[in-house]
Design a binder for this molecule. Structure first.
Ligand code: I3P
Length: 126
């Protein structure tokens, strides 16, 4: 166990706070529940932390794991019709998990959209 992933998978490309709602798990619809999440994008995955960055870092030492999303084969698209909020996009994973991400601040959500889209486009589709 404790396999160390390749270095490029450990490289953080972007991190920050966004509003997040998971709306499906394995294709099964979930009740929408928005909350603030600290989000870490690396080349092939996104990690969603429920806590602040500081809290998440201290929890890591105790083996606490964030929700981790494999971006291989994932889709990203704007999802205006999925929320009454502005600036919402959706990530759908191969495993059928669906996440909405949102910020009221236009440049923040645009930066995230392009960063995640670029990461997905660089990955093999399967
Ligand atoms: C939901 C909550 C969400 C809202 C969602 C509501 O109600 O108000 O914030 O999504 O709308 O159903 P509840 O807390 O009772 O589950 P938005 O903020 O994204 O609009 P929806 O059902 O139209 O998705």
């Amino acid at each position: 166990k404790d396999v160390i992933p390749p270095l490029e998978q450990l490289m953080v490309e972007k991190e920050g706070y966004l509003q997040k709602a998971k709306i499906a798990d394995g294709g099964k619809k979930l009740r929408k529940n928005w909350s603030t999440s600290w989000i870490v994008l690396s080349s092939r995955r996104i990690e969603f932390y429920k806590e602040s960055k500081q809290q998440a870092l201290s929890n890591m030492k105790t083996g606490h794991k964030p929700e981790s999303v494999d971006l291989c084969g994932a889709h990203i698209e704007w999802a205006k019709e999925k929320s009454s909020r502005k600036n919402v996009f959706q990530i759908t994973t191969v495993s059928g998990n669906e996440f909405l991400l949102q910020s009221d601040i236009d440049f923040i959500i645009l930066d995230w959209f392009h960063a995640i889209k670029n990461a997905i486009d660089r990955l093999p589709k399967d």
